[in-house]
Design a protein around this ligand. Structure first.
Ligand code: GDP
Ligand code: MG
Length: 431
């Protein structure tokens, strides 16, 4: 999306209120980004329509460009759609029963083990129930996890009725008090009516306080259908999105959340028992847009005092400006990171331009050894002056040559970035 966003920034310029045309142009790209992140087609379409309407007429904040403002509106709305803040499952003092459902391979059994581990560490007394009688090894898989975590497990027998399972769980609780029972169930590779019936029966017998749908982040387009069907047949109260450590960009999370309206409680982030985190809507929103870098830049632009980054005119960028900027940039964090954040910067940077902290200090020293006249008009820095500056700052003439060349290149870059912003005198550095 980086380059596309660049194009938007090129197109939407200096107006202070987002126009319909600007928003429309940006929304096309946003829709593409959503589809690329595997957000369901219909969900993406609705989202873009809703946010587009909202964005038109929005005020462009002082330090932002119009394109960045659109991105911000989209990002904020995406966070809201994903649930706003992180949410936790309901947890009573006792009598909690969590019912895990989802397709085969979604990560139910793994997540059941992870939840047992997490809530045991929070002081809960957990009992696991292995109710996946579909595959012979499924109950053993959970047993291994139960042993690893150090919690008891009750295995459902082949052909056991839901009522019998319920009775056996109650029996267990009489002699071994547990305040959180987590039931791992069977899945199928695809939605299957027989499975849904079976799950509904077991759910009715277990009377869970939470029914958690486990969705594989890699499910992509299919996530919507899966979530919808499970929610219809086995009323879902919350979601767990697994395999967020993979390549998937999170579209499944948005689809599942949109269609069920249920909170996403957790994200699975590895195969390990510790790989379960609260679901952070803001992080996933950035990931879905694939523009975490741009968003970071927007945030920093809003936070930092960037007065010093204003240049008189792109073409007037002199060594004094360079010095001021380098010092400013140093305050803002690792330079490499920051430069990468600026849209188009990776394209615009002179070849071999790679400044680290030590190098900034060297440049600082060299420019500090120049007279104000030299800084303002680098053209007058001839051989004699170069020698003097080199000696004064403890560098070689070659170092000074390199600095002056870099400055020339940066000046060109400023001009280019200036054009991107409308190219008017007084234009600010893009943020
Ligand atoms: P189930 O059929 O729904 O019970 O799925 P499993 O719990 O057996 O998981 C299926 C596969 O996905 C296993 O190989 C797990 O190790 C893997 N898995 C589950 N959750 C995650 C996750 O969050 N990240 C990664 N990388 N793998 C996961
Ligand atoms: Mg399983």
């Amino acid at each position: 999306l980086g380059n596309k966003l660049q194009d938007i920034l090129d197109r939407v310029g200096k107006e202070r209120q987002l126009t319909e045309a600007q928003v429309k142009a940006a929304m096309r790209e946003i829709r593409m980004a959503l589809l690329e992140a595997d957000v369901n087609f219909g969900v993406a379409k609705d989202f873009v329509a809703r946010v587009g309407e909202q964005a038109v007429g929005q005020q462009v904040e002082g330090s932002l460009t119009a394109g960045q403002t659109v991105v911000k509106v989209v990002h904020d709305e995406l966070i809201q759609t994903l649930g706003g803040k992180t949410a936790q499952p309901e947890l009573r003092a006792e009598g909690n029963v969590w019912f895990m459902v989802g397709l085969q391979g979604a990560g139910k059994t793994t997540s059941t083990g992870k939840l047992a581990s997490l809530y045991k560490s929070k002081g809960r007394r957990v009992l696991l129930v292995a109710a996946d009688t579909q595959r012979p090894a499924a109950r053993d898989q959970l047993e291994v996890l139960a042993r690893q975590v150090g919690v008891p497990i009750l295995k459902v027998a082949d052909g056991e009725s839901p009522a019998e399972t319920r009775r056996r769980v109650d029996e267990h609780l009489k002699t071994d008090f547990r305040d959180l029972v987590i039931v791992d169930t069977a899945g199928r590779l695809q939605i299957d009516e027989a499975l849904m019936d079976q799950l509904a029966d077991l759910q009715a017998a277990m009377q869970p306080t939470e029914s958690l749908l486990v969705v594989d982040a890699m499910t992509g387009q299919e996530a919507l259908n899966v979530a919808q069907t499970f929610d219809r047949r086995v009323k879902v109260t919350g979601l767990v999105i697994t395999k967020m450590d993979g390549d998937a960009r999170g579209g499944a999370a948005l689809s599942a959340r949109s269609v069920t309206g249920k909170p996403i409680y957790f994200a699975g982030t590895s195969e390990k028992i510790s790989g379960l985190e609260p679901f952070y809507p803001d992080r996933v929103a950035g990931r879905i847009l694939g523009m975490g870098d741009v968003l970071g830049l927007i945030e920093r632009a809003q936070q930092a005092d960037l007065k010093a980054m204003e240049v008189k005119k792109p073409g007037d960028f002199d060594l004094e400006d360079l010095l001021t900027q380098l010092r400013q940039i140093r305050k803002m964090g690792p330079l490499g990171d920051l430069l990468k954040l600026i849209p188009g910067m990776s394209r615009a940077l002179p070849e071999g331009f790679n400044v680290d902290e030590a190098q900034i200090q060297r440049v600082d020293a060299m420019i500090s050894s120049m007279t104000v006249k030299e800084r303002r008009n680098p053209k007058i820095i001839d051989g004699r002056r170069r020698k003097r500056i080199a000696e004064g700052s403890g560098h070689t003439v070659q170092d000074i040559n390199r600095l002056l060349k870099m400055h020339e290149q940066m000046k060109d870059m400023m001009k280019m970035l200036g054009r991107m912003q409308g190219g008017k005198p007084g234009a600010k550095m893009p943020r």
